[in-house]
Design a protein around this ligand. Structure first.
Ligand SMILES: *Cc1c(COP(=O)(O)O)cnc(C)c1O
Length: 377
């Protein structure tokens, strides 16, 4: 039996031709034709202004800079997430306050956030885990009532929406990742969604703190240093690759949808027998099929399944190691049992292989093994 890798980076076949156009033109440095083209596609999809970035991490750092976060501010983030969700705000000098997740959705809700609120809270970062969208409507209302800014880490959620509201476009800022492990990618890349009223200032930060982009648009004669900033945007080579991927995203989604439908059918049986649970998905969710996340009844069963699959050359990955119980979390003063729900569920998560190079037969093979490995439990 052949190997089933956890992930295979997507390729549309158009990347080479677009990169060749950049080579022929001889302009590589970024914020050129392909950057603008990719931004226009993302703006058309979302109704927000968009700035391409070198990564989702960079987009989160740009959001933190735009919020003027710093010492004395507190930012609430889930502990169950990737490090960048927290580190982008930590490095400004702000204090990170880790929130629990809901044990079913594996995401934060108003209840978990409200427990972390203090007079110093400035912003809240939510994560749309596996492309499933958190309760952004409820959280956004709560943030407005408390005077907080909402940032959405939509790294995994490009292509997801609820009632036509695109993931990452409810809060003041939303961030996307185009790392090769995401549905579509440009090796390393990202983007920031932002509201039109914030665009001028944040664009300057994105342009190393200068108003150079305004000079190109003829709005100023020469450019100057006007804000704090950094070098946030990718090269035209990456933007060309990404443009091909954005144009091929619908095909990628079609393949993933067929695979997740096959998974759903098989995993529903195992759920009915209480051998595992999946993240609930609301009927209103138009999902990007980013990841199949299973939660098993115990850590022992999770490890048995993971190692059993590995022995069959099928590669499943664990979930996040909670940030509050990481070495850095300990330095920030947290102990593992501070967030018991996160600590418990994180040990029982397994993510199953899902990518365009898989077949429905592969899905059945994965599920046959999981059924056999969970039989005695
Ligand atoms: C992938 C990911 C990131 C980091 O994205 P990069 O583009 O690699 O910086 C951040 N947050 C979440 C939730 C992610 O899944």
């Amino acid at each position: 039996m052949s190997e089933i890798p956890f992930h295979v980076p997507y390729l549309t076949g158009d990347e080479d031709a677009y990169i060749a156009q950049v080579m022929a033109k001889g302009r590589f440095g970024g914020n050129g034709d392909f950057t603008k083209r990719a931004q226009r596609i993302l703006e058309g999809d979302s109704g927000r202004r968009v700035l391409l970035t070198t990564s989702c991490t960079a987009a989160l750092e740009l959001a933190a800079m735009a919020l003027d976060c710093g010492p004395g501010d507190e930012v609430i983030v889930p502990s169950y997430t990737f490090v960048s969700t927290a580190s982008a705000f930590l490095r400004t000098g702000a204090k990170i306050v880790f929130a629990e997740v809901d044990r079913n959705t594996l995401m934060v809700g108003v209840e978990q956030l409200a427990r972390c609120l203090t007079p110093a809270t400035k912003a809240v970062v939510v994560v749309h885990y596996a492309g499933v969208i958190a309760d952004v409507a409820g959280i956004s209302n709560w943030c407005a009532a408390e005077g907080l800014t909402l940032v959405e880490d939509a790294a995994q959620a490009y292509g997801s929406s609820v009632d036509d509201v695109v993931a990452g476009t409810t809060g003041a800022f939303g961030t996307l990742s185009f790392h090769e492990t995401k549905n579509i990618h440009c090796g390393l890349g990202g983007a920031l969604y932002l509201t039109a009223d914030r665009f001028d200032r944040v664009e300057n930060m994105w342009e190393r703190g200068t108003n150079r982009a305004k000079m190109f648009r003829g709005l100023v004669d020469k450019y100057s240093w006007v804000e704090p900033g950094s070098s946030f945007y990718p090269t035209e080579l990456q933007a060309a690759f990404l443009t091909a991927q954005l144009e091929g995203a619908a095909e990628n989604l079609r393949v993933r949808a067929a695979l997740t439908a096959a998974y759903d059918e098989r995993l529903a049986d195992l759920e009915a027998q209480q051998r595992l649970t999946q993240q609930p998905r609301e009927a209103s969710l138009s999902w990007n099929h980013h990841a199949i996340v299973c939660v098993f009844p115990s850590f022992d069963v999770t490890e048995r399944v993971r190692l059993g699959l590995k022995a069959a050359d099928i590669h499943a990955y664990i979930g996040y190691v909670p940030l509050h119980s990481s070495p850095m979390g300990a330095r920030l003063g947290y102990a593992a049992d501070d967030l018991p729900v996160t600590e418990d569920v994180a040990r029982r998560v397994l993510r199953l292989p899902l990518h365009h190079a898989m077949t429905v037969d592969d899905v059945h093979r994965v599920c046959d093994h999981i059924a056999a490995l969970t039989e005695a439990s």
